[in-house]
Design a protein around this ligand. Sequence first.
Ligand SMILES: Nc1ncnc2c1ncn2[C@@H]1O[C@H](COP(=O)(O)OP(=O)(O)OP(=O)(O)O)[C@@H](O)[C@H]1O
Ligand SMILES: [Mg+2]
Length: 171
Amino acid sequence: MSGVRSDGGVGTEQEHPPAPAVIELDDLGFSYPDGHRALEGITLRIEAGERVAILGPNGAGKSTLCLHLNGILEATEGTVSVCGLPIFRADDVKEIRRRVGVVFQDPDDMLFMPTVEADVAFGPSNLGLPEEEVRARVERALLAVGMGGWEAAPRTTSPSGRKSGPQPPRS
Ligand SMILES: Nc1ncnc2c1ncn2[C@@H]1O[C@H](COP(=O)(O)OP(=O)(O)OP(=O)(O)O)[C@@H](O)[C@H]1O
Ligand SMILES: [Mg+2]
């Protein structure tokens, strides 16, 4: 099949539709259950590979916006799509949560299992992965951040207490 490429040239390759944006917000609005209107008319498109910082004063709505990106909060107006998947469909939300991670502002909201290993395993376990795969992912993740050897440490004595530069506890 022939066609005209976006650069104006005539090609013989099959035309592909443009890839969907990684994140697409269209006229997003959100009110908390107490009626507080935190977001209004947010339209934003983030392409693959882009790094975007969202800046604003305390209470501007940054956290509220981020919590919409994997369905923790549900838009009261407008739409949120991730890689072309609309976030309101239950099946899509499951897939979107595999792709979009949210790191909470307060580490004590994020880390709550008794040991470092159990805490890191919480996410992959909830994806329903086999135990062996969960263990392999935990090991890889801890090594990647210089925390190999911390697996059995009580969570309360490690990352939330020592947020950087950890040394494995002596056995
Ligand atoms: N659970 C809630 N119920 C009602 N209003 C809320 C709730 N959480 C946040 N808000 C309000 O929504 C608005 C946006 O809050 P949000 O936490 O998203 O702001 P933020 O930009 O992340 O602020 P910060 O810089 O302090 O983290 C604020 O006015 C806040 O008081
Ligand atoms: Mg915030």
